[in-house]
Design a protein around this ligand. Structure first.
Ligand SMILES: [Zn+2]
Length: 489
């Protein structure tokens, strides 16, 4: 029976992948594509940020069901901003210990809804073993002990209460490494190497599991380096980092007797969590939310909620804006609508979503149900100017343009929480700026609904098993379960 290896390459984009293939610089990815199936139009989750995306990858549902709104969001129960470690300066202001507690424990054990199962939990029910190598979503039925490296312990003063859960094998760099048989070289897990949350570490663990005959039935390997490089250099210069990713994939294939043998033994799935958009060079390409909303009492990082009007949670090219006083919402919306660099401004209304386009003010409203069926088979009722969301009717079916699967994805984000919230996205080339949050002028950024951030490649090799088309990231959970169920028939 074949095993499955899912390689999740952060910020892998179809256009860059195809450029590299034309230039013959990525032989491993080329091999997997040539020997399998390839889609350049797979759609990821909104916000296009790792925390919300990985939650959807492993649960097969959008945030309205799994309840992880994004990388940064406001938790009304704790009256606190939740930040799963984005931007060193904000993390320091919010308290490293609180952020570490959130990303290492609360994300999986509290925030991710218990109403829905993870892929790891489903596989265990079917008697299949799994490994999660450095993925932040890893909820499973086994308990694992977190051991912070000495320096990190000193910096955070962090004491985790209780173990974290995961599949049979779980690594989170130097912080968690269970059922990994041999010692991992310290050079790939030091503080300069992000404590082991890097490609070298992940590939090292994957190779070790294969070589020691302890490869689990399903292995999810997260490769983050590509994202860091593209944030700095921008997507225009993304080939070099993808060539390095390919070398890592070659290393995994080389562990087998031959690359053909690798395909005889395993199904390979390669995909991404989101794309990136090039951000302009000049200061004007940062939309300063502190400035735009300066006439309101905005909760600042590190402050306790008091008499504030609103909370801003910046997710790079998208932001959640939470009006704390309901009567202030129309006034806040007026301010946001006045900003022409804003792409879309959306909020909950009745049982649906109202959307305005920044600058032009074009408006549309949509809600689930109704008579319009989209290419994914979901039905909608839509009123107003459809062009706001670039949706069109073609032979009786709704098709998406610049904003792939926008109706389900925008609905999913807004209804991930039961409190009033406004979603804003930045136009291409722009990103949001908030005090202490990272910005990427002349580099790359993501978070929005736009196709640049939202379209990801998908390669499936070693199985002819059917997947929904056009594919979405949320389809992979059931696809993987189905492959195993088919094997056992
Ligand atoms: Zn990123």
């Amino acid at each position: 029976m074949k095993k499955i290896i899912l390689l999740l390459v952060d910020s892998l984009m179809p256009s860059i992948l195809e450029d590299c293939m034309r230039q013959k610089t990525v032989p491993a990815l080329q091999f997997l594509k040539d020997r399998g199936r390839y889609w350049s139009n797979c759609v990821t989750v909104f916000p296009t940020m790792t925390a919300s995306v990985d939650s959807s990858l492993l649960t097969g549902v959008y945030p309205d069901v799994h309840r992880v709104p994004g990388l940064v969001w406001y938790n009304p129960e704790e009256k606190a901003i939740i930040n799963y470690l984005n931007g060193w300066k904000c993390v320091r202001k919010l308290g490293l210990s609180a952020c570490a507690q959130n990303v290492l424990y609360n994300l999986n054990e509290k925030h991710l809804s218990k109403e829905i199962t993870t892929l790891f939990e489903e596989l265990e029910c079917r008697g299949k073993t799994s490994a999660s190598i450095n993925t932040i979503i890893h909820r499973g039925n086994k308990k694992h002990r977190v051991q912070l490296p000495f320096l990190m312990n000193l910096a955070t003063g962090f004491r985790l209460h209780g173990d974290i859960s995961g599949p049979d094998v779980l690594t989170l760099g130097a912080m968690v490494q269970t059922n990994v048989k041999q010692r991992i070289p310290s050079v790939i897990q030091g503080c300069r190497r992000r404590y082991g949350i890097n490609d070298k570490y992940a590939v090292h663990v994957a190779k070790q599991l294969i070589q020691s005959n302890s490869q689990p039935d399903f292995m999810l390997v997260y490769l983050p380096d590509n994202d860091h490089e593209i944030h700095i250099k921008g997507p225009i210069h993304a080939e070099e980092s993808l060539i390095r990713v390919d070398q890592h994939i070659q290393e995994i294939l080389n562990v087998f007797d031959s690359w053909d043998d690798a395909l005889n033994q395993c199904v390979f799935i390669v995909t991404s969590d989101h794309g990136q958009t090039h951000i302009g060079k000049e200061e004007e390409f940062n939309i300063d939310l502190d400035k735009l909303l300066e006439s309101f009492r905005v909760l600042q990082l590190g402050e306790d909620v008091n008499d504030h009007d609103l909370v801003v949670c910046n997710n790079e090219r998208m932001a959640y804006i939470y009006p704390l006083k309901p009567d202030k919402q129309p006034q806040i919306l007026r301010h946001l609508l006045s900003e022409a660099r804003m792409d879309l401004i959306a909020w909950k209304e009745d049982r649906g979503v109202s959307v305005r386009e920044g600058g032009s003010g074009r408006a549309v409203y949509f809600e689930p149900g109704g008579s319009n069926i989209d290419i994914y088979g979901t039905t909608w009722n839509i009123t107003g100017e459809w062009a706001t969301l670039d949706v069109k009717f073609n032979e009786g079916i709704l098709h998406y343009g610049d904003y792939p699967d926008v109706l389900s994805r925008l609905y999913g984000a807004l209804y991930s929480q039961d409190i009033p919230v406004i979603v804003v996205t930045a136009r291409p080339r722009y990103e949001f700026k908030s005090r202490l949050y990272p910005v990427h002028l002349n580099g790359g950024s993501h978070g929005s609904l736009h196709k640049y951030d939202s379209t990801i490649p998908l390669i499936i090799t070693g199985t002819e098993h059917r997947i929904n088309e056009p594919p979405r990231l949320i389809d992979l959970k059931s696809f993987i379960i189905n492959i195993f169920e088919n094997f056992s028939k």
